[in-house]
Write a protein that binds this ligand. Sequence first.
Ligand code: SAM
Length: 212
Amino acid sequence: MRLRHIKGSEENIGASPYVIQDPRTHRGQWHKLFGNEHPIEIEVGMGKGKFIMELAQNHPEINYVGIERYSSVLLRGLQKREELELSNIWFLCVDAKELAEVFGEEEISKIYLNFSDPWPKERHAKRRLTSPEFMAVYDKVLAKDGKVEFKTDNRGLFEYSLESIPAAGWQIEEKTFDLHNSPMAEGNVMTEYETKFVAKGNAICKLIAKRV
Ligand code: SAM
């Protein structure tokens, strides 16, 4: 994602009632923060958050946490959030590598990765959100029967993920190289990037991973 620093974005995020400012203090206590025992699902790298806010609107019986590491990107999501009446979503401005410091063991029911940065150079492979390093982080916070759902139009990243995820000790439960023409499209919620790529005619790949 091309980044333009927005002046004052850290201050705005720091003052936002929709962003948890000290997420580590809620580790293992997120249900208390939501005030119910509903399952908690997270999107890692939510960008402007269209996808996760739509899920939160459609599923009041599920709690959501949107995670984005750049304050200037998250800020854009907050503008949309202000227009919505929702009590089942929080945002965090943290790097995904810190997830196990923020969430307790098995505290999360599902992890969404949507159009994650491809990091095509081999020397940057560890930064890919489906690398074995990141899968090990998800393993710490995801419930035993929890799932990771990953969508991308980047064929190289998808093919890499079809190898890196099993190499990390997970199994691919379902996959498609053309989501919008497959049974997996049922109930699909489009992300911001997905809308752009579909308009360009790109096929969307999707996989669902779970523990072996
Ligand atoms: N998920 C959105 C969508 O599909 O429209 C945004 C996709 S955008 C290409 C990827 C986003 O992931 C960027 O906003 C980037 O800052 C964020 N991101 C990448 N690596 C991250 C990490 N390690 N932790 C948190 N966010 C990350």
